[in-house]
Design a protein around this ligand. Structure first.
Ligand SMILES: O=C(CO)COP(=O)(O)O
Length: 256
């Protein structure tokens, strides 16, 4: 079963509407191939709609970086999934480690977001990953299991087909110290085994699992040539259109 690779750029809290538009123009000038790879940008909320006007017809997809699980109501400061769909989003990141560690999101909260995303028709990118202390204490699988199992707790086999999982070890994020492809392989294989247990072999092998954490144009090929790694979730290097374009090219080269 071949899974379509993904190159996703998580801009975090970077770029104004104008800067996002400049990025989009520069990336479109490079004309990335979007037929053999899913290219996804995850900009801040306020730039989603303006970017959709530029990018959607070119096959570049949009993800929000967060969402709330209720459709509407008195939830000051939150953004609902129907609002994201109306802004032409197709994906949403759920449970990024910055949401978990800085904003106190629990695995239960993340599970509600994943369930609601699929219910309303948005594809969740569920992030899982351990801190350095957890890794050194030999707890990587325990933490990844907690993030994953509570994230997917309510999903049926059919719903799981919309799921993307991103393994992002916290110690590799923004540090310039990426995991080795072997480390990433080990945890991603563990994630796949858990997906097989929950959804069965046939469904699990259709779910894409990404690696994230200090991905660059220079190291993405080594991750992507691992048949278990289906794509990357890129932070810093996705802010520069030329670097992000190279990541797309290298991902395609590795998956051909
Ligand atoms: O958190 C990340 C993507 O979601 C990774 O960020 P960096 O690529 O900057 O390490």
């Amino acid at each position: 079963m071949s899974r379509i690779p993904i190159a996703a750029g998580n801009w975090k809290m970077n770029k104004t509407v104008e800067e996002a538009s400049e990025f989009a123009e520069a990336l479109l000038d490079l004309s990335p191939n979007t037929s053999d790879i899913e290219v996804i940008l995850c900009p801040p909320f306020v730039t989603l709609y303006p970017l959709s006007q530029k990018l959607a017809q070119k096959g570049i997809k949009l993800a929000a970086q967060n969402c709330y699980w209720e459709a509407k109501g008195a939830f000051t400061g939150e953004v609902s999934i129907p609002m994201l769909l109306a802004a032409h989003c197709q994906y949403v990141i759920c449970g990024h480690s910055e949401r978990r560690h800085i904003f106190g999101e629990t695995s239960e909260d993340v599970g509600k977001k994943v369930t609601a995303a699929i219910h309303f028709g948005l594809k969740p990118i569920l992030c899982v990953g351990e801190t350095i202390e957890e890794r050194e204490a030999g707890r990587t699988e325990t933490i990844v299991f907690d993030h994953l199992s509570k994230g997917i707790t309510n999903l049926s086999k059919e719903e799981a087909l919309s799921l993307v999982v991103a393994y992002e070890p916290v110690w590799a994020i923004g540090t310039g110290k990426a995991a080795t492809p072997q480390d990433a392989h080990q945890v991603i294989s563990y994630i796949r085994q858990q997906l097989v247990k929950k959804f069965g072999d046939n469904t699990a092998k259709q779910i894409r699992i990404l690696y994230g954490g200090s991905v660059t144009p220079d190291n993405v090929f080594d991750f992507m040539k691992d048949p278990d790694i289906d794509g990357s979730l890129v932070g810093g290097a996705s802010l520069d259109p030329t670097k992000f374009y190279k990541i797309i090219l290298e991902s395609l080269r590795a998956s051909q």
